[in-house]
Design a protein around this ligand. Structure first.
Ligand code: NAD
Length: 263
């Protein structure tokens, strides 16, 4: 890779599954040291870690930090600092979802979604920025969503958090530009991951539809390209944003959404 991310350290929050795992593996393939985070069965995490380290010939540590808890986030960043001397590329990906009309929306789910999908990115950026500033180089990639740009029914907390993530991306980009650090957001349309599969039963209930109808009439309804976005394609965009060729891109919200927001 003609790219400054070779042999750099990459931390991806929520990288035990779905998009985050794909992004982590893509940076592993580029020869970066890796910090994995997220929840999953311990033996599966160990297997994933060993497999990626063997295939990519890279070092990896795992942090089980809960992204709802700022002190655990700071502990994760300290562990990365101790293992690798700091994080060069930070990917804020951890995310959760809940689908309910606003007047029935669970208070606890609102708080958790804002904490995991938005506030955690503030805490990770705050913790990672000093080492990036010292090196005069850094990349922050926030996995927002098409729901950072437009809304859908029954997703008040998620839409609020993702719009916040796009705003945070712009603000952090301005604060950090003079230190060689870029901050961008990726806004995917629907991607076939456990997060999406998990919301199908709720969507079936709220819209009174079958599983097939939820996929076709709710999820892919706004995709002009009638297919899910691929994890590998999102990961390739994250790798590009970390390259030197992307040095002049900052504060951007880049949609990979099958043409959803072109309408
Ligand atoms: P996923 O459920 O497969 O993965 C979510 C990851 O976040 C997992 O590793 C999980 O363990 C982790 N996580 C959840 N709560 C956490 C917490 N409190 N602390 C630490 N880690 C936690 O989901 P995904 O679809 O891969 O989503 C990844 C990101 O992409 C999310 O931010 C999501 O909003 C965003 N996104 C997804 C889609 C989609 O269609 N799948 C579309 C747009 C944006």
């Amino acid at each position: 890779m003609e790219n400054s991310s070779a042999r750099k350290t990459v931390l991806v929050t929520g990288s035990t599954s779905g998009i985050g795992l794909g992004v982590l593996q893509a940076f592993g393939a580029q020869g970066c040291n890796l910090v994995m985070n997220g929840f999953r069965d311990q033996s599966e995490i160990k297997d994933l870690q060993e497999d990626i380290m063997r295939r990519c010939g890279v070092e990896m540590i795992y942090s089980g930090a809960d992204m709802r808890k700022p002190e655990e986030i700071r502990g994760m960043m300290q562990a990365a600092e101790k293992a690798f001397g700091g994080v060069d590329i930070l990917v804020n990906n951890a995310g959760i979802q809940n689908v309910q009309p606003i007047d029935e929306f669970s208070d606890e789910k609102w708080d958790d979604i804002i904490a995991v999908n938005l506030s955690s990115a503030f805490h990770t950026i705050k913790a990672a920025a000093p080492a990036m500033k010292k090196k005069g180089w850094g990349r922050v990639i926030n996995i927002a969503s098409v729901h950072g740009l437009v809304a859908s029914k029954f997703k008040s907390a998620y839409v609020a958090a993702k719009h916040g993530m796009v705003g945070l991306t712009k603000a952090a980009a301005l604060d950090l530009a003079e230190f060689g650090i870029t901050v961008n957001a990726i806004c995917p349309g629907y991607v076939d991951t456990p997060l999406v599969r998990g919301q199908i039963p709720q969507q079936m209930k709220e819209h009174n539809l079958s599983e097939k109808e939820v996929i076709e009439k709710v999820m892919l309804k706004n995709h002009a390209v009638k297919q899910f976005v691929e994890v590998g394609d999102l990961a390739a965009l994250a790798v590009f944003l970390s390259s030197d060729a992307a040095v002049a891109m900052t504060g951007q919200a880049l949609a990979m959404d099958g043409g959803w927001t072109a309408q």
